[in-house]
Every structure is written in C-alpha cells, then in structure tokens.
Ligand binder design. Structure first.
Ligand code: 3HC
Length: 688
C-alpha cells in the first residue's frame, strides 16, 4: 500500500487498483482528498499491470460532499471538476464503492466513475439545496442522464437521499454487494468488468428527455414548499438545461447558477445554520468526559396535548413511557389522541403500519404518580402554574429513585424555584418542547443554577436520540425563544392600535418568510389561552374578542373569520374592536408602512437576543438562530434573527432602534452589547 498523502492511499489487489480515502469524520472533499484521488487515478492508469480502479472510503461513510469549511476561501489544489474529469476520462474503468452516505460532491464523484456498487444500507443524494446551493460539480447534468428528469428533479429540490435498493432500480447503482464486505464485492465487480471487457460508461455521453409539461407542473405543485427560497428554482433550471442543452453547455449553466447561489445571502444563511445546529449541541463549560446517565424509561406527567406529544417522541425512539393523569377520562382521551396521531402518520406512509401498535405497546397509562418510581427521567407537562408545579416536584422528590432526572416542560417559569421544591436540585432541568411536541424539532434545555453536568449531557444526548435539535438556555422569564417572541408580540399589538391591521402585520411577516403571522398564529392556538372570562376586563383587543366569543379558529372566528374549510378572511368585528380600542386610547390612527411593521417586529427581537447574550442566557448568537428556526419557523434562508441582524448590519439595526426609542420609548432601548458591537463595526457572528 502506498500513501499518496495523509488522507488517500493506493493499493493493489491483483489487477485491481484500490484508492482509499481516509479523511474523518465524513471524507469530505478537502483539497488533499481531491489531490489524492486525482493522483491515485492518474498513477493507477499509468500502471500497466492495473486493469480497473476501485474508489472506496474508510470510516463511517463514502464521501459526504464538498468540504463546506472551504467555501468562501481561495481555491486550493485540484478542483472538484478537474478531479471528476480525471476519473471520467480515465482509460481504465473506475468503480465507486459506496457505503454510508454518498452525498453532494460525493455522489458527483461517483457519477464521474464508470460504475457504482453499494452496500444495501447505503444512501445516495444531492443535499446541496439544503445549504441553499445546487450540485455544482456536474450533479445536475449527470444525475438526470441516469435516473431521468423527473426523479432527478425530486432529488435535487428535496435534497433527500434515496436508499441503495431504489438507486439500483433507477440505474444509479449497478450492483449491490455484501454489506459486510464492500471492498471484496467491489473488487469482484471490477474483475467482472475487466473479464467481460465492459465498456467505459461515461454518463456525459448519454442524453435525457422530458415531457414538455414536466417543469411547469413540478413548479406549480411545489410552489408552496419552495416559497422564498432561491435554490430550488436554480436546481430546476439546471435540470431543464440537462434536458435542453448539450452536456458541456449544461455544465456551464450549472456553474453560473451555482456561483450566483454561492455568493448570495441565502446560502450563507443556510450554511450558517448547518454548522450552528451542530455547534448548539456543545455546552461550553461541561467538564471533559462528562458521561450521560442511562435513560431506559421515561415518565410523563400530564396527558394533554404537550404530554402526549412529548411521550410520542420517546415511544417512537423505542423508549417505554409511563404517562400519568389525574382523571381517567383525560387519560383515555390523551392516549386516544396519541394513537390517532400515529395512525394518521401510518396512513400518510410516514410510519410503518405495524409501528402504530409497537409504539403504543411501549406506553403505560396510569392514574398514580407512584408508578413513576423506577423511571430514569420524569417530565412534568401540566399547566403553567408555579404552585402546582412545586407540589408535583415535591412529590417526585419523595417518589423518584435516586439519580432520576426530574424535568419540567415549563415555557416561562423559573426552573430554580421549581427545583427548590426538591432536595435534589442538581437532578432538575427544564426540557421545553414546542407544540406540536412530536413534530417541532426544537428542544430548549433549561439549565438551572444547580443542574448537574451529567444531567445536561443526558438531556443533549437524549435530544439527539429523539430527533430534536437541542439549545441550552439559562433561567429567565420565557428563556430564549418565548422571551424574544414576547418582544415581537408586544409590537404586533402596538402596531394594530396605531394604524396597521392584523392582516397587514401577518402579510409582512409571511412575506418575510414565516409560515404565518402573529395574529394567524394566535387564532390557531386559541385566543383564550391564559385568558379567563372571570377576570377579563376588556383591556386588550384579545380580551374583547374573547368576550365576544371569538376565540380563534376553533370558534370559527377571531382576528379572522373562518369558513368550514378553514379559509380565512379579515374579521369585520375584529376591525371594529380595534378601531374602537384605538379611539378609546386616544390614538390617532395613521398609515403604517410595511417597512415599519417589519422593523418594529424584528429589531426588538434582535435587541432582546443581544440582552439574552449579555446575560449569558444563551451560549452564543448561533444558538438563538437555531432556536428560532426550529421552534418558531424563522425562515432558514435568513439564518435566524441574529444572522439576519448581521445581514442588515448592526449599525442599521441600532439606528432603527434609536429612531423608534425616541417615539415609543423603553421597548426599543438598545442593548449595551448591540451598541458596543455596532460601534466597533462588528457582528454577532464575531461572538460565535
Ligand atoms: N464538509 C465539512 N464538514 C462536514 C461536512 C462537509 N460536507 N459534512 C459533515 N461535516 C462535519 C460536521 O460539521 C461535523 O463536524 P463536527 O463533528 O466538528 O461538528 C462532522 O462532520 C460530523 O457530521 P454530523 O454530526 O452531521 O454527523 P452525522 O453522522 O450525523 O451525519 C452526514 C453525517 C449525513 C454526512 C451529515 O454530516 C451531512 O448531511 N453532511 C452534509 C452533507 C452535504 O450537505 N453535502 C453537500 C456539500 S455541498 C457540495 O457537495 C457542493 C458540490 O456540489 C460542489
């Protein structure tokens, strides 16, 4: 075996040369990997004794893509295009041997090879769209030439990989080989290619056609999904080019569109989130080598919407759950809803039919808190009332086994105060799930003053097990997400009294990229959450709507009126209530511009984020971005509120806040950190 460089080896097995990439963790195509592969192929071609070449990877996966950390830096070494050209124009057959995930530039490399073999568990995909990009090394031109235009469209615009079996069926893979012996299987395949004198199959020499209506129909069918994003459309244009242009011209088109995306803000935002998500999993001051506590069983207190959703996460991950309610009807209703949700997923094909009963079989519904005595983790999900929560935690302190983790799903309350009801505050942590808890990806892990490091490590590990993205928050009212949400909600309320209408505010935030605006969201959640008829004094627009029986979608009207299909139209009654309220408060209504709506909703969030950083509630700005993207639908192509602040420029954000502070006062008072960064010409990203 010869080491070509630190990350690529060349060896021989009879007439077959084997090039092995070994660049942990995911064999990304860094400059040394590209150089090494190109050199390996060139020397194998030059070696008269070699008849075919296998390209394989060590470690957990085949090449998982271009090295994203190199993006935006000056080019080094052999380019990816050059490397793929070396492979494709080799005069001896090159066989890519795939395990793990062949993604992005990795799959493009494999598409440059003449043949592809894979183990059955392998996955192949072009996920660039998820980074706001398109496959820029021939993927958009070669993939459709193999799998057809329609299948290629789906793969490049969803970014989702396909399994090896589907890849075999579509011709993307030539043969499946034994899971346990990829190298042996690939060498045997190469020997067969040599023995049968099979041709050097170059994908570029093939052509691809498409039904004329394919692209228009595809765009129309996916318009909602692609709304706001630049990359899906650019990917579609590339596949169109593959159908309508000769290979080289298609490659040129791919290159142009790739460069547009690569230099744009959206891709920078999406790449920021890729790394931010992984960074969020790291707790800065956790002692090295802290090992998590084992969690083999979970208890959930409360079988309402939150408790049920939380339980489903664990059941789906194979972890048994004991769920506790105080009365049998509520328990039965809660369990019924969980079963219904699983059945609905199965009906949509998102879950295997047999998984419904398997998941439900792991659930033990009970009416007695004592049943939680053996659980490793207990999550309380009852309503937001400190006294009730403290009572429960005091009981848990008596019931739970030593070392059990006691968690609260509170969205606002002081986790330290909750912990003080126990004799073991080190075992108490906040696990704030977002509704619907079985769907939303964010988990805020709220770290109390005394929470033990191994409890935090357990929470972070568990989040990964149940498919959540965890962000650590310190204790304050509303933690990271809801505290910033409140800053936005306050402004949304103020704006409708000053002159905007709820539908104006909703439209501006929808156009910004949120899935819905604040008033639409309020109608959906129910306007009477936290509202009580007994104490309502008609002080706010919401009070008045609730008093009038307009409590949101569930009552057929709120800020909007809803028909039986839940189509909404602005509510006349809501409008009257708003106008009356403005008049009562002596506010002379005025025309509020869309730009003002946007600034007044978003800048206070950025400002609150800065305060959250100052106070050490969030570890880093990128954690805040992750929380907002996965918990509140902040458009990922804007990179989260802090990244967006950087995009606007902190000086401009500061000036905006100062302008509104003069008119509206303290709600806009700039955070010291924001003022400092703006004065120094810095960005939040400098703090990550
Ligand atoms: N470049 C650089 N680093 C990468 C990387 C890449 N393409 N892919 C993953 N990494 C890093 C991660 O940042 C992480 O680093 P860390 O440990 O320091 O945080 C480490 O590899 C392990 O990654 P994960 O924690 O995500 O490991 P998993 O096993 O959960 O997932 C994976 C592995 C499925 C490969 C996942 O990492 C992934 O989806 N990677 C991105 C793949 C991708 O988008 N490829 C396309 C790149 S763009 C491209 O190829 C452009 C070309 O068309 C020109």
């Amino acid at each position: 075996m010869t080491a070509i460089n630190d990350v690529v080896d060349l060896s021989r097995d009879g007439e077959i040369a084997v090039i092995t990439v070994n660049s942990p963790p995911v064999n990304a195509l860094s400059a040394p990997v590209r150089d090494g592969i190109a050199e390996g192929v060139t020397s194998a071609v030059a070696d008269a004794e070699v008849k075919a070449i296998v390209l394989i990877c060590a470690g957990r996966t085949f090449i998982a893509g271009a090295d994203i950390t190199e993006f935006g830096k000056p080019p080094r070494g052999t380019s990816l295009h050059q490397m793929i050209d070396v492979i494709e124009s080799a005069t001896k057959p090159v066989i890519a041997a795939i395990h793990g995930t062949a993604l992005g530039g990795g799959l493009e490399t494999a598409l440059g090879a003449h043949y592809r073999v894979a183990v059955p568990s392998a996955k192949l995909g072009l996920p660039e769209v998820k980074l706001g990009l398109l496959p820029g090394a021939g993927g958009t031109q070669r993939l459709p030439r193999v799998v057809g235009a329609e299948a290629a469209l789906k793969m490049v615009t969803s970014g989702n990989p396909i399994g090896a079996k589907a890849a075999l069926d579509s011709g993307l893979v030539d043969e499946l080989v034994d899971e346990a012996d990829l190298r042996g299987g690939a060498i045997a395949f190469a020997q067969k290619v040599v023995a049968e004198n099979r041709p050097l199959k170059k994908i570029r020499d093939r052509s691809v056609t498409a039904e004329p209506a394919l692209f228009a129909e595809f765009r129309a069918a996916n318009a909602r999904k692609f709304r706001g994003f630049d990359a899906p459309e650019a990917n579609i244009k590339c596949i169109e080019a593959a159908v309508s242009l000769p290979f080289e011209e298609g490659m040129k088109r791919e290159r142009e569109l790739f460069m547009e995306l690569m230099t744009g803000t959206q891709s920078a935002a999406q790449r920021h989130i890729f790394f931010a998500e992984r960074q969020a999993a790291r707790i800065k001051d956790l002692p090295e080598g802290t090992s998590p506590r084992p969690v083999k069983s979970v208890g959930v207190i409360g079988a309402g919407t939150m408790g049920g959703g939380i339980s489903m996460n664990f059941l789906s991950a194979g972890i048994p759950v004991t769920i506790v309610e105080t009365n049998p009807e509520a328990l039965e209703r809660g369990v019924g809803i969980m079963r219904k949700n699983y059945a609905a997923s199965a009906a949509k094909g998102a879950l295997k039919p047999e998984a419904v009963e398997a998941n439900m079989g792991r659930l033990t519904p009970v009416l007695d808190l004592e049943a939680l005595k053996d659980c490793d983790l207990i999550i309380e999900a009852v309503f937001e009332d400190m006294a009730v929560k403290k009572e429960i935690f005091a009981k848990l302190d008596r019931i739970a086994k030593p070392g059990a983790i006691l968690a609260s799903n509170t969205s606002y309350l002081d986790v330290d105060e909750i912990a003080s009801a126990t004799s073991r505050p080190q075992d108490v942590v906040g696990l704030h799930f977002f509704s619907p808890a079985n769907v939303m990806k964010l988990l805020e892990v709220v770290r109390g003053a005394k929470t033990a490091p191994d409890v935090l490590a357990t929470a972070m590990g568990l989040a990964k097990t149940i498919g959540k993205v965890a962000v650590v928050a310190g204790v304050c009212f509303g933690f990271i997400g809801n505290r910033m949400l409140r800053a936005r909600q306050d402004q949304a309320q103020a704006l409708i009294l000053e002159g905007a209408m709820p539908w104006d505010v909703d439209r501006v935030l929808y156009d910004f990229g949120f899935p819905m605006g604040p008033f639409q969201m309020a109608d959906l959640a129910g306007l009477d959450i936290g509202w009580s008829a007994a104490t309502s004094k008609g002080e706010t627009v919401r009070d008045r709507l609730c008093e009038a029986g307009k409590r949101g979608q569930k009552t057929g009207s709120g800020f909007y009126d809803y028909d039986e299909k839940r189509n909404r139209t602005p509510s006349k009654v809501a409008e009257e209530i708003i106008l009356a309220k403005s008049a009562e408060l002596g506010i002379a209504r005025r025309q509020v511009s869309d730009a003002e709506i946007l600034e007044r909703c978003i800048y206070p969030m950025i400002n609150e984020g800065a305060k959250i950083l100052e106070e050490g509630i969030a570890q880093r700005p990128s954690d805040i971005d992750v929380a907002w993207i996965y918990g509140y639908g902040f458009p990922v192509y804007r990179g989260g509120p802090m990244f967006y602040g950087d995009t606007v420029g902190l000086k401009a954000v500061l000036e905006g806040l100062e302008k509104y502070e003069k008119i509206h006062g303290a709600a806009f008072k700039p955070a010291a950190l924001l003022t400092k960064l703006a004065a120094e010409g810095k960005s939040f990203r400098d703090l990550n």
